[in-house]
Design a protein around this ligand. Structure first.
Ligand code: APR
Length: 250
């Protein structure tokens, strides 16, 4: 990476009054979590329309629940990496929340709790726009619980009998309006948006960096390759998040 680019990136971080960070599957790649659209990504070997849509859930709930049970088991051995940790330390130091993620793997939350130790972790806890695979919710009454292993029969809500499903946003479903509104306000008020490990093709998340830019702020992108956002970024730092973020933020 060019020295000049690097110095400029560090200066933008140092001088920023308010920072928002948007992360995607790429930040968890070094923790062993597969991304979606890269070579070897989940959507290269699986058809999202058969596994991650409300239509698929209505048509064949067992296959969809088994898919998420598999993703949960694959996540069980994964731990936050230096990219997650550097972001957690950064927001804990600033004492102001600003982390927004598309990831449902819960690794940002674990990094926040581990880095905070005894201290409050709020500032480093992410807004999980697409939900969390470690949580279930009732398809009917929206009750929520920690996820449980999938049994022989389809899991049902003890209150209303509705289907217990992963608390994630499936393709075609709307995001939690309150969460989205909070993420938008963070992006509009920020003078720097760090965009890490996302192909920036899924909306409304991909619109958040544009909101920062639209309000006169800067976008600094961290990715191993160019994305749909690189053209409009102030700076694009090519490299792995687990290496670039500690060097950029610590
Ligand atoms: N460090 C930084 N970036 C990385 C790394 C890494 N170690 N490894 C991969 N990347 C980048 C890839 O180059 C790619 O641009 O991460 C990005 C991953 O993109 P996607 O697989 O498209 O994942 P994401 O952008 O998070 O997908 C958005 O789509 O499938 C839905 O709901 C799902 O939240 C997801 C959304």
């Amino acid at each position: 990476m060019e020295q000049g680019q690097w110095r400029q990136a560090r200066r933008l971080v140092r001088e920023a009054r308010r920072v928002v960070a948007l992360t995607g599957a790429g930040i968890s790649a070094e923790s062993g979590v597969p991304t979606f659209r890269d070579a070897g990504g989940l959507w290269k070997s699986h058809r999202p329309e058969e596994l991650a849509t409300p239509e698929a859930l209505a048509r064949d709930p067992r296959t969809v629940l088994e898919w998420y049970a598999w993703r949960r088991s694959a996540l069980a051995g994964c731990r936050p990496n230096e990219g997650h940790r550097a972001l957690a330390r950064f927001f804990l130091r600033r004492g102001e929340a600003g982390l927004v993620t598309q990831n449902v793997d819960g690794l940002h939350t674990r990094a926040a709790l581990e880095e905070a130790g005894e201290d409050p972790a709020e500032a480093a806890l992410p807004l999980e726009l697409h939900g969390a695979v470690g949580r279930d919710r009732c398809e009917s009454c929206e009750a929520r619980w920690p996820a449980e292993p999938l049994g022989e029969t389809l899991p049902r809500c003890s209150a209303c009998g509705g289907l217990r499903r992963p608390d994630v946003v499936l393709f075609g479903e709307t995001l939690d309006p309150d969460l989205l509104d909070r993420a938008r306000r963070l992006a509009e008020r920020a003078d720097l948006c760090l965009v890490v490990g996302t192909s920036a093709v899924v909306y409304p998340a991909a619109a958040l960096p544009l909101a920062t830019r639209g309000a006169g702020g800067h976008i600094v992108e961290v990715n191993v390759q160019r994305t749909a956002l690189t053209e409009v970024a102030t700076l694009a730092l090519l490299g792995e998040a687990g290496t670039v973020l500690p060097a950029l933020l610590d």
